[in-house]
Design a protein around this ligand. Structure first.
Ligand code: ZN
Length: 88
């Protein structure tokens, strides 16, 4: 696997640029988010949230190129956040 951080480390797919909502804590610059619905990280997230919190939610892998850090971004449905994808 390459060390390109805009590729998801969990599924290897190219991540999409995503603009966080203005009131979020992620800042007002595009982040990279893995929107692959087959991503094992995302699929595991549904089970984890159900088991731990009895919640129908998951999270996707996110990379912040400005801070050079990555972490989860919570999602509540398959289509959540997808309207904020920045098409390059
Ligand atoms: Zn992924």
């Amino acid at each position: 696997m390459s060390d390109d951080k805009t590729n998801c480390p969990h599924c290897g797919q190219k991540m999409k640029q995503w603009m966080p909502p203005a009131d979020s804590t992620w800042g007002e610059h595009p982040q990279y988010v893995c929107f692959n619905d087959e991503c094992p990280y995302y699929i595991r997230g549904w089970e984890w949230m159900q088991t731990q919190y009895q919640q129908k939610a998951s999270y996707r892998h996110r990379y912040d190129p400005e801070a050079d850090e990555s972490g989860p971004v919570p999602v509540w449905s398959v289509d959540a956040l997808k309207d904020s994808i920045v098409e390059e």
